[in-house]
Design a protein around this ligand. Structure first.
Ligand SMILES: *Cc1c(COP(=O)(O)O)cnc(C)c1O
Length: 349
């Protein structure tokens, strides 16, 4: 049976969180002399002299309308990378606990684990880039706290079979973290509707990809109220700055624009795949559920360097597990994709 108290670190269980001025007094007043801010204003057109809302209530309320999840089940971070780090700090005892990673996958899980001195147990995906459930079951022990599943997966682009993730959710007594950074591009259903079903589910999403706000650093975690409370306790009090909160809120009114871009991206992606397949240095392109494709080539380094010399940067993933010869290419605008294809026409192995 999953029991949150069994996996929570003892020091976090007993932690008395920092109480900020904004926490102690909530409501409207006319004179704020409680936070040592500059009362005159900011040397800018807009004032940023007041600390932001530590719980980002306005942004969460809007997200709640879009996602159909109550604000109390939403955590906001300085990018979803911050949410990843907070999961380690909340649940993994350094030098004692371990987490399961399923390479090839997003690199920050391992970096965050290393920063926190937490052992990573790697169970490679299968040749079809799906979960090796038996391998994962063997790797789990009593100190395994988290399993990170990225779906659609970065860098392979495919979605992980839903039933396999459900198997983990049902059988694992730690947290299953499903990273849905690319879910807006996917035909697969999100897991955020399953929070009531699985007490050990954490879903990560972000405004950095489809929403076009990578520079603002706003990431989300969706989980049970109990898990969100822990994460809020551990996070820095003002982890999402006021400019980002205001701009995120504004952007979240523009769902239609974003949906339009997603459609265009998918059309462009399919076009790009068709065109790339015609090149003889392209061996294979994996089916993608995201805004990028993983392209297996005869000479990743050669193609990469050639593109760099023409001012086009893609990601060389050829040194990553199960990604021999592979380049990861983000879908650009129609003009950018055309430039890429025209440039590749001149490539000589
Ligand atoms: C880009 C990416 C993120 C990072 O999101 P931020 O919100 O920008 O920190 C998280 N997970 C995956 C799989 C990504 O590709």
């Amino acid at each position: 049976m999953f029991e949150l108290n069994n996996i929570l670190r003892e020091n976090i269980k007993n932690l008395k969180p920092y109480s900020s001025a904004r926490d102690e007094f909530q409501g409207e007043a006319s004179v704020y002399l409680d936070a040592n801010e500059n009362a005159f204003g900011s040397p800018l057109e807009q004032n940023y002299n007041r600390y932001p809302d530590p719980m980002q209530y306005a942004v969460k309320t809007r997200l709640s309308e879009i996602k159909g999840v109550p604000p109390r089940n939403i955590f906001l971070g300085n990018g979803s990378d911050e949410a990843i780090d907070i999961l380690f700090r909340s649940f993994c005892n350094p030098g004692v606990d371990n987490v399961i990673l399923v390479p090839p996958t997003y690199g920050m899980y391992e970096v965050s684990a290393n920063i926190n001195d937490v052992e990573t147990r790697k169970v490679n995906l299968t040749n079809e880039y799906q979960l090796n459930l038996e391998g994962i079951a063997e790797a789990i022990d009593k100190n395994t706290k988290l399993i990170f599943i990225c779906s659609p997966n970065n860098p392979t682009g495919n979605s992980i079979h839903r039933e396999d993730i459900e198997t983990l959710l049902t059988n694992f007594n730690g947290l299953v973290v499903v990273d849905e950074a690319y879910i807006n591009f996917s035909r697969q259903k999100t897991f955020i509707q399953e929070l009531t079903e699985y007490a050990n589910l954490v879903v990560l999403q972000t405004l950095s990809k489809a929403w076009g706000l990578a520079a603002l650093r706003v990431g989300m975690a969706f989980a049970s109220e109990e898990i969100i409370e822990v994460m809020n306790k551990v996070k820095p009090p003002y982890n999402v700055n006021e400019a980002s909160q205001q701009l995120a809120l504004q952007a979240l009114q523009n769902v239609e624009q974003v949906n339009q871009w997603i459609k265009e991206t998918l059309t462009e992606r399919d076009q790009l795949v068709l065109n790339l397949k015609a090149f003889d240095f392209v061996l294979d392109i994996y089916p993608s559920d995201a805004n990028f494709i993983l392209v297996k080539t005869t000479d990743a380094k050669g193609v990469y360097n050639y593109l760099v010399s023409h001012g086009i940067i893609v990601r060389d993933r050829s040194k990553v597990e199960l990604c021999d010869g592979a380049l990861r290419i983000t879908v650009g605008t129609p003009a950018e994709n055309k430039t890429l294809l025209n440039t590749l026409k001149e490539y000589k192995a």
